[in-house]
Design a protein around this ligand. Structure first.
Ligand code: FES
Ligand SMILES: [Fe+2]
Length: 427
């Protein structure tokens, strides 16, 4: 149970708040490049600030204040030019550093424009996402986590705007006990409701729900490591030699979780838009291995993952749990038990890292050495080998039928066949 003050300290992310200061030490995704195919501007909320993201005619992104400094028109309605964004009302033009560079209606020779500057923040592109940094200069490097930079994979991003505070989404990353209930027991209940209503229940959903509902981890472990916390679990019948225990998978500080299995890897990224809204990105990477034939990918598709009444996919079940904790979970009324050790550990890690920022130093996962940022590899246990792949399974990881995985299923089945053939032929 937390005090009101402790809960606010951990949840509020606006300018001038302790958590806002910690979060401003990191790059955050603010858009998918996919969103700029049809429209060159986007209204952005991030860490409680309202901004305009645009792509100029050269294809470069700029992130500037929400409204024109003249008379307040939203800049997202403006006109992108070669090297800046022009307001549609009287034509004031801004460059990507927020400087006003033209005021067509002012007298020739006027220096009025030199007094005008909008907020502006640096942006970079990586892995099909546009990232922004809102913190103190000099900006650290944009971390090149492994799956953002791997070659020969297929990527897709499931996107959900969740109507609740970011912390309850991310606390889920340190809460392994929910898997059996939310995805097994509640999953079975959803199947019953679907059957009652005559909604078709795919086999792959039954398989996963039965597996998660039919077993629970006999032991869970949490260990600090350089990038966050490694989570381990021991399933019935497994020894501590199993990958589930020996390798585990990480909560990547401050707001990501890495999950996956052989052939499919994912970052769940919980981006605080403001105190009561979180952008959840399910960044999925399909890697069918050397036998997989992948289509050339020029754009990473970003698709909506809805919050549904009867979520027939795993992430949807989590989305219900998080949003039903309320806009900001009232932690003054919670009752944490021994099974909540991971959540408690995560909160103290947040406190520790906020204190580091308050002392003026760089917190965990701030990178400044390009040598160490070529590719940052993370451990992920492989608990489902490609040869165990079952038809349709890709459609249930993790955004289910809402993604673009129809043909990944085919790619996996082909790759599996090739792997089995090779094994048979002693390859
Ligand atoms: S309101 Fe933008 S130029 Fe006048
Ligand atoms: Fe979950």
């Amino acid at each position: 149970m937390l005090s009101v003050e402790q809960n606010e300290r951990l949840t509020k992310v606006g300018p001038g708040t302790p958590m806002g200061a910690l979060m401003r030490r990191y790059w955050h995704p603010i858009a998918g490049e996919d969103e700029f195919v049809d429209r060159p501007t986007k209204k952005v909320r991030i860490l409680g600030e309202s901004l305009t993201l645009y792509r100029d005619k050269r294809g470069e992104y700029g992130l500037i204040g929400e409204r024109c400094a003249h008379r307040g028109v939203n800049m997202a309605a403006g006109i992108p030019e070669e090297d800046g964004l022009r307001c549609l009302y009287h034509g004031w033009k801004y460059d990507s550093e927020g400087y006003c560079v033209e005021q067509p209606a002012e007298p020739e020779g006027s220096t009025f424009k030199n007094k005008i500057r909008l907020t502006a923040y640096p942006v970079q592109v990586l892995g099909g996402l546009v990232w922004a940094y809102l913190g103190p200069e000099p900006a650290p490097l944009l971390p090149r986590w492994d799956i953002f930079v791997w070659d020969k994979v297929f990527r897709q991003v499931g996107s959900t705007v969740v109507p609740c505070n970011w912390l309850q989404c991310q606390e889920n990353a340190m809460d392994p006990h929910h898997a059996h209930f939310t995805h097994g027991v509640y999953g079975s209940y959803i199947i019953e409701r679907m059957e009652e209503r005559g909604i078709w229940v795919p086999d792959y959903m039954r398989r996963v729900v039965n597996r998660l509902g039919g077993s629970r981890a006999v032991k869970n472990g949490f260990d600090r490591f350089e990038h966050g916390v490694i989570k381990r679990r021991l399933m019935p019948g497994e020894t501590e030699e199993s990958e589930n225990w020996r390798i585990g998978h990480p909560m990547v500080f401050p707001n990501m979780t890495r999950i996956g299995k052989k052939g499919w890897y994912c970052f769940q990224i919980r981006v605080p838009l403001d105190d009561t809204t979180t952008w959840h990105l399910n960044y999925e990477v399909f890697d069918p291995g050397p036998n997989g034939e992948l289509p050339e990918q020029t754009l990473v598709p970003l698709f909506d993952v809805p919050i549904m009444e009867f979520p027939d996919y795993i992430l949807g079940q989590d989305l219900i749990a998080w949003s039903e904790q309320g806009p900001i979970s009232d932690r003054t009324n919670e009752h944490l038990g021994e099974s909540d050790v991971g959540v408690i550990m995560y909160r103290s890690l947040l406190e520790e890292q906020m204190a580091i920022v308050e002392d003026g130093a760089d917190p965990m996962n701030v990178f400044r050495d390009p040598e160490l940022n070529q590719r940052i590899d993370l451990p992920t246990e492989d608990y489902g080998a490609l040869r165990d792949y079952q038809e349709g399974a890709a459609k249930y990881y993790d955004t289910g039928p809402h993604g673009h995985v129809e043909y990944m299923d085919e790619v996996f089945l082909k790759a599996k066949k090739a792997e089995l053939n090779e094994a048979e032929n002693g390859g």
